[in-house]
Design a protein around this ligand. Structure first.
Ligand SMILES: Cc1ncc(COP(=O)(O)O)c(C=O)c1O
Length: 412
């Protein structure tokens, strides 16, 4: 999980600053009106000071494929160390186009319909800043990934949400319909979904396309967990009838290849939309990660067995942590995708997950993130007792976390 926090800043907030608009969306404002630190920052600091196992932040503790590391090293040695072209090196744009065709039958033109970005984060930012004007509405599901609120705030738009509902965290389709309006400019989807771990059904995606078409909204689809699904196939919204012409699809190398620090992402879609996002992207970072771009092109060409194995390994990790959480007395929601698992603390007699998250490192030496921080006020009430754990960690780390959590009941 990226941390969007202006960590430690105590600058006063003026209502019209971009920071304040971003902060409002990202739940960064402290009650005194000062910029605070995010819960991610707070939990990581707490995990470090208590020596707790950090299952809060979602980054893997093992590197991805050796051939990708070798490719990055070779690219550096061979002198690929200056600015890449603004839209990305040709090999990677071609590899992205080929990947979209190989897995989904989509065939973006690598010249005009693919842009390489500084992680998915920049692709999301560039898309929203390109498509949205102050006063427009951007619709996301709730809970939502933290950078969405921040970028919608920076764009000066209004963030409207539709809930994902327990137990399978699919959208409430009636609420989704009610959330659309003639001011909806962008529907920002996240599928598979962080933090809820759901993979959206075809029915839910079809409803999004139907409503986006009715209200002439653009779909921006963040699919960074596309290869991390368990027993269900990921379905890009762009493959649904009528969707491709209004959809920007976003992904990144961070999650698929366990190289979150490389920050190589991409977006693809119709040339006109891609050109608009690319125009903004030029002034965000221009370009980045030249040697990593060629290494990611190598990764995207890895055989199907690689993709099957990452999902299989992660599913095994999910199951280890799920068992530990169940044994600890939580109500466990088994995710179909991503590397996050959510639990209900209510069976342990706890109604406030934020409070438990703050105590958990001291109680049992494990850190997690409360789901309400991914919500606006109403959603925070609905998810009040939910906690999110990351399972993209070594098996022995998850086993140790499970045995620590087993002592929770006795320590509450
Ligand atoms: C849903 C979602 N989108 C985007 C990102 C950021 O991706 P990147 O590191 O490629 O910028 C994350 C990282 O946690 C994520 O969970």
């Amino acid at each position: 999980m990226a941390d969007m926090s202006p960590a430690g800043s105590s600058a006063p907030v003026h209502t019209s600053t971009p920071w304040q608009r971003a902060a409002t969306g990202a739940n960064l404002l402290a009650p005194d009106g000062k910029l605070g630190v995010t819960i991610f920052e707070e939990m990581t600091t707490l995990a470090m000071s208590t020596g707790a196992i950090n299952l809060g932040q979602g980054f893997p503790d093992e590197d991805g494929p050796a051939e990708m590391k070798a490719a990055a090293q070779a690219a550096i040695a061979e002198g690929a160390n200056q600015y890449a072209p603004g839209k990305g090196i040709p090999q990677l744009r071609e590899a992205v186009a080929h990947h979209q065709e190989r897995f989904y039958g989509l065939a973006p033109d690598p010249l005009t319909e693919v842009v390489i970005t500084t992680g998915a984060t920049e692709a999301i930012a560039a898309s929203l800043l390109a498509f949205v004007q102050p006063g427009d509405e951007v619709l996301t599901f709730e809970p939502f990934y933290d950078s969405y609120g921040a970028i919608i705030g920076l764009a000066g738009a209004t963030h409207v949400t539709a809930p994902l509902l327990a137990p399978d965290f699919q959208p409430d389709l009636d609420a989704l319909e009610r959330a659309f309006s003639h001011r909806t400019r962008v529907v920002l989807l996240n599928n598979p979904h962080n933090p809820m771990g759901s993979v959206l059904t075809r029915e839910a995606l079809a409803k999004v396309v139907e409503l986006a078409t009715k209200y002439d909204a653009i779909i921006v689809s963040d699919e960074v967990y596309e290869h991390l699904t368990f027993g269900v196939a990921h379905l890009p919204v762009a493959t649904l009838p009528g969707a491709a012409e209004r959809t920007i699809t976003i992904s990144s190398a961070g999650k698929t290849f366990s190289f979150t620090g490389w920050k190589i992402g991409w977006l693809s879609g119709p040339a006109e939309l891609v050109a608009a996002a690319r125009t903004v992207k030029q002034f965000l970072s221009y370009s980045s990660g030249t040697p990593f771009q060629s290494a990611v092109a190598v990764g995207l060409a890895l055989p199907d067995s690689f993709y099957a194995e990452i999902a299989g390994t992660l599913q095994h990790k999910r199951d280890i942590l799920a068992e530990g959480l169940r044994a600890a007395g939580f109500g466990v929601y088994i995710p179909s995708g991503t590397y996050f698992i959510n639990v209900d603390t209510a069976p342990l007699g706890i109604s406030d997950a934020v409070d438990l998250a703050r105590r958990l490192p001291d109680l049992v030496g494990v850190a997690a993130i409360p789901v309400p921080v991914f919500c606006h006020q109403e959603g925070a009430e609905r998810t009040r007792s939910l906690l999110r754990f990351a399972f993209c960690k070594k098996t022995e780390v998850l086993q140790e976390a499970a045995s620590r959590l087993a002592t929770l009941k006795d320590r509450l």
